[in-house]
Design a protein. Sequence first.
Length: 331
Amino acid sequence: MSAALRTPLCDRLGIEVPIVQAPIGSASTPELVAAVAEAGALGVLALTWVSVDEAVRRVRCVRELTDRAFGVNLVLAFPIAGLLDACLDEGVPIVSTFWGDPDAASDRIHAGGALHLHTIGTADEGRRAVDAGVDVVVAQGWEAGGHVTGRVTTMALTPAVVDAVAPVPVIAAGGIGDGRGLAAVLMLGGQAAWLGTRFLTTTEASTHDVYRRRVLESSGEDAVHTGCFDGGWPNAPPRALINSTTADWEEAGSPPAPTRPGEGAVVATASDGRTFLRYDDMIPLRGMEGDLEAMALYAGQSAGLVRTSGPAAEIVTALMAEATAALPTLA
């Protein structure tokens, strides 16, 4: 690996390369997290919406697959105290939080012996996170897929946050889909890149083929910020790919619930029998059946850069090769 690509944050997180696999909701699996970790990057499990027992099972599964560092992600807008305690009791070394005040969680995370990463959308939020004791700030730009907390682009946000929270390290997120984006992050003062959309098409992710194909075929313009998918997480508009649900909703004038087109219609059924409605904030996963194209297809504007599928390790290797090649050009 090029020495120019290794940052102090790599040593702090216990990783070899400055790449973080974002917690891509239900698409993140122990197999994905472990594969990313084995490739030298940081894999992150999304655990907010599972039971404590299931969270423990998934953490232990990662442990069985790798002895390298990994993290878990918890959304502070939901009751996560039991999940946090369980993860810390299992010895998880890194806890990532999002969408809420990190102050209450930070003391508990540190008492449990873990590092605390927190995602923000403005420089002021970054300062408040550091004041709360956060160890690493994740600066999420407007281009990001899924739920987006700010309104500033990654290019403008990253250096502003770097300046605001120095010497606390910053990870840049949003719109980063290849090694050129990683190289740009390092040039902006970030110490790692946080990629979600790029890992949706990996072999180990639990994305359904319908979802996977849409990501591979989409352009950046197809990833729109929308108030459409709010079932389960209200007042948190995500960025998702345009589909039949968003098109019908916008054609109807973007009405509020419960007057939206097709409100209450079941669009998907999981293998365990659970059903999902048209405006739920759920993505298509393996084993689901139904009108899966109509579900929330979370993706960032970097979707236009994602054109291949394959094992996570190959993605990490390709990102590093691209970034190494890009740095001499930038210099």
